[in-house]
Ligand binder design. Structure first.
Ligand SMILES: [Zn+2]
Length: 238
């Protein structure tokens, strides 16, 4: 085995690119991983690594691999899809898209949190959190509250509902998951307050098709992977 401290070069073929944790790679049965292959590309990559090693080390320390600004920075306007376009299933085969629109919280009946499995973060709406098994990944769990919010996003061509969960939902709502849960226990209703704070904001979103579990429990066809206020986008571009 290659020694990890020697920064071995990996060449991976036929990986799946997923939007879990913003961006991640996953193997499938046909994937191939070559460790320290003796090929020209490997030498080129090693030279590039050595030339940039201090910046790369810093990126690891700063946890850039979990930072949406690094992994999925805002895109130029020519890469933004019209909402009517993603609404047509045949046009959205790729599974992800950037969209821009004005947001509102139309559906105010649901809670702003859900009980999540601590392993896969999918919703498990059990009343008791003792001795249960996640219905999706089949591991023993103690569920925990996690923020979620379904937004209506509207542009000049149409509108779409998309759900944000976890960190993205906390970022949009501006309140952490535990506080959202606690407010419900204390019978404090935050939905109208949150709806007013969100209403009319113009935002850029990277959305994906929702997983089966999210569609089944939350009824949202699209899930927000990351989002930016339009002011943030302009500040980054400037
Ligand atoms: Zn699970």
């Amino acid at each position: 085995m290659a020694n990890i401290a020697q920064n071995p070069v990996l060449i991976c073929i036929r990986l799946r690119v997923l939007t879990d944790n913003y961006l991640s790679l996953s193997t499938q049965s046909s994937s191939v991983i070559l460790v320290s292959p003796i090929v020209q590309e490997s030498g080129n990559l090693r030279s590039w690594f050595q030339a940039n090693s201090s910046e790369l080390t810093q990126m690891v320390h700063e946890r850039s691999y979990a930072n949406p600004y690094v992994l999925l920075p805002p895109v130029a306007s020519n890469r933004i899809s019209q909402i009517s376009y993603i609404g047509q299933a045949t046009n959205f085969d790729i599974g992800t898209a950037w969209i821009k629109g004005t947001i509102s919280l139309e559906y105010r009946m649901g809670r702003l949190w859900y009980l999540a499995c601590p392993h896969c973060y999918l919703p498990n709406d059990f009343s008791s959190s003792w001795g249960i098994m996640c219905r999706y990944c089949s591991r023993d769990i103690y569920t925990f509250p996690r923020a979620c919010v379904t937004l209506t996003i509207k542009d000049e061509t149409g509108s779409v509902n998309a759900i944000a969960m976890g960190d993205e939902a906390e970022k949009l709502i501006g309140i952490n998951s535990y506080r959202l849960y606690q407010a419900d226990q204390e019978n404090v209703h935050l939905t109208d307050h949150v709806a007013n704070a969100l209403k009319g904001r113009v935002m850029l979103f990277y959305v994906k098709h929702s997983s089966h579990a999210v569609r089944a429990t939350k009824g949202a066809r699209y899930t927000i992977v990351t989002s930016y206020d339009i002011d943030e986008v302009e500040a980054i571009a400037a």
